[in-house]
Write a new protein. Structure first.
Length: 119
């Protein structure tokens, strides 16, 4: 009797995992992760340029600090929403839009710093 109950419970557990495993949230999670990676790379490119060209010892540090906070907040939100059940369509759209904005800010700051160096 115990073995039969164990088999039934195991089957119920397997079917539950199968039913939950193929959620559409996986696509949203992957899309946001890709955008998060792009934001990290853009920030790192900006930071490296600042570091290599002495901008870390100037008034530009305040701008970089604000970018650091933006990205840290995005990572915290990402970690929270990435868990079960994952990003909804609306949450993914909002997060991707925010990350696109951050990436644009990072790139604009990099172009500005490069223009200063070119002078």
């Amino acid at each position: 009797m115990k073995k039969l109950l164990l088999v039934i419970l195991s089957l119920v557990m397997v079917f539950t995992l199968v039913a939950c495993g193929g959620s559409g949230n996986d696509d949203n999670n992957a899309a946001v992760q890709t955008k998060m990676d792009e934001a990290d790379a853009s920030y790192q490119e900006l930071y490296s340029f600042y570091e290599d060209n002495g901008f870390l010892e100037t008034e530009y540090t305040a701008g970089l600090d604000s970018f650091t906070v933006l990205l840290a907040d995005a990572h915290a939100t990402h970690e929270t929403l990435l868990g079960d059940p994952g990003y909804s369509d609306e949450e993914a759209a909002v997060m991707i839009a925010s990350l696109d904005d951050y990436i644009a800010q990072f790139k604009a700051a990099l172009e500005g710093a490069q223009a200063i160096m070119a002078e």
